[in-house]
Design a protein around this ligand. Structure first.
Ligand SMILES: Nc1nc2c(ncn2[C@@H]2O[C@H](COP(=O)(O)OP(=O)(O)OP(=O)(O)O)[C@@H](O)[C@H]2O)c(=O)[nH]1
Length: 361
């Protein structure tokens, strides 16, 4: 049976899923890849970022409108059917689930009679924002928001074959061992742990792992011996963190019965897009986003702003940490997506408009 392998990339909001996929695409010009991007918000920023690389060996499909789910009305099934018809044109499928999804719906669809002969789950990677893990940002604290965050974070890890501890740029060996301990305590069945900076991994660690399927040929290259980061890996003895010998190698078994319950949609998670047709201030906007994350339960904000007559700023906020990049370009309007737990759109508009001195709506 010649099935097309499917790699699922999961991970909490802003952990580095798009960065990881973008890096894999850049490193595998010889493989024809289909990338399905499922965004929680109404605007697909990640799809736009991946498309901006203009890579010809891959095709990007946007799956908008929340969580990949079972229903025929959702974008996932029609897209997978389209891919099924053109299967011979792709070597591998990558699916980036939304930062608020647990990938079980994907497994159930892949294993359904309609698709099982044509697709096979290769592996599920869960990308983790390691500094946030270490500062307890994924732990319940008695409040509704953090309870929801922890439930989702743990459920994503539980579904992972490989956990990618990302954003390790400024972490010590002690921090990394602590992070490993935390992941293993939350998800004892995780099979492999990888370290990444800028979500860069050898594609051998991400594609073609064959951790599922009938053959059951669990197989993994590694460990990583050198860091792709600028300063090298902080671990002197990489084997200290190498999780490759831990865990059981039996493939996870998925079925409707065991996984349906992960898809009860928590309506507390909200997302909205704000737009402005006025020119924005490149220096002020990042500070305003930082301030918004301090004032309100905004866990993620991202988008594009016109900051000069021919300049576009990409903004990526993960809680209070904001990254920006400015490139030449002209937008119809500036657009920012906000994601959080019970965030109040009116209040965010008020602060954003007030602080920027421009109208956002
Ligand atoms: N410091 C640091 N930042 C990183 C690293 N990897 C990714 N980032 C940044 O983290 C931010 C979020 O990265 P994305 O790849 O968009 O994260 P995502 O998981 O796709 O986000 P959502 O789809 O919104 O859940 C971006 O600003 C990235 O540049 C890293 O290793 N170190």
């Amino acid at each position: 049976m010649n099935q097309t392998p499917v790699t699922v990339v999961t991970g909490f909001l802003g952990s580095g899923k798009t960065t990881l996929i973008s890096d894999v695409l850049g490193q595998t010009p010889d493989r024809r890849l289909a990338v399905l991007v499922n965004e929680f918000g109404e605007k697909n920023v990640d799809g736009a970022i991946l498309r901006s690389e203009r890579l010809e060996h891959c095709e990007i499909f946007d799956l908008e409108g929340g969580l990949i789910a079972y229903s025929d009305q959702d974008a996932f099934l029609p897209t997978l059917r389209e891919l099924q018809k053109r299967r011979h044109r792709f070597d591998h499928v990558l699916i980036e689930t939304s930062g608020l999804a647990v990938p079980t719906a994907v497994y159930v669809v892949l294993e359904s009679p309609e698709f099982a002969a044509d697709f096979v789950l290769d592996a599920t990677l869960a990308v983790v924002d390691t500094p946030l893990l270490l500062n307890r940002s994924f732990e319940a604290d008695g409040g509704a928001s953090q309870t929801a965050v922890q439930a989702l974070f743990d459920a994503q890890l539980e579904q992972a074959d490989v956990v990618v501890l990302n954003k390790i740029d400024a972490l010590s060996e002690y921090d990394l061992l602590r992070a490993e301990g935390d992941v293993r305590a939350r998800a004892p069945k995780v099979r492999f742990l990888e370290l990444a900076y800028g979500a860069k991994l050898d594609p051998q660690l991400t594609l073609g792992l064959k951790l599922h399927g009938l053959q059951g040929t669990a197989h993994h290259h590694g460990p990583v011996r050198s860091s792709p980061g600028a300063d090298g890996l902080p671990l002197e003895d990489q084997a200290a963190l190498d999780g490759h010998s831990h865990g059981d190698l039996g493939a996870h078994l998925h079925s409707m019965g065991t996984h349906m319950h992960f898809h009860v949609h928590d309506t507390g998670w909200q997302s909205f897009t704000l737009k402005s047709t006025e020119l924005q201030d490149a220096a002020r906007l990042p500070t305003i986003l930082e301030d918004l994350a301090r004032k309100f339960p905004v866990l993620r904000a991202k988008g594009f702003a016109q900051v000069g007559s021919g300049e576009v700023q990409t903004l990526q906020a993960v809680r209070t940490r904001v990254d920006t990049e400015t490139r030449p370009g002209v937008l119809e309007q500036s657009e920012l997506v906000f994601i959080g737990y019970h965030i109040n759109r009116k209040k965010v508009i008020q602060v954003l408009s007030g602080a920027s001195g421009t109208t956002w709506e």
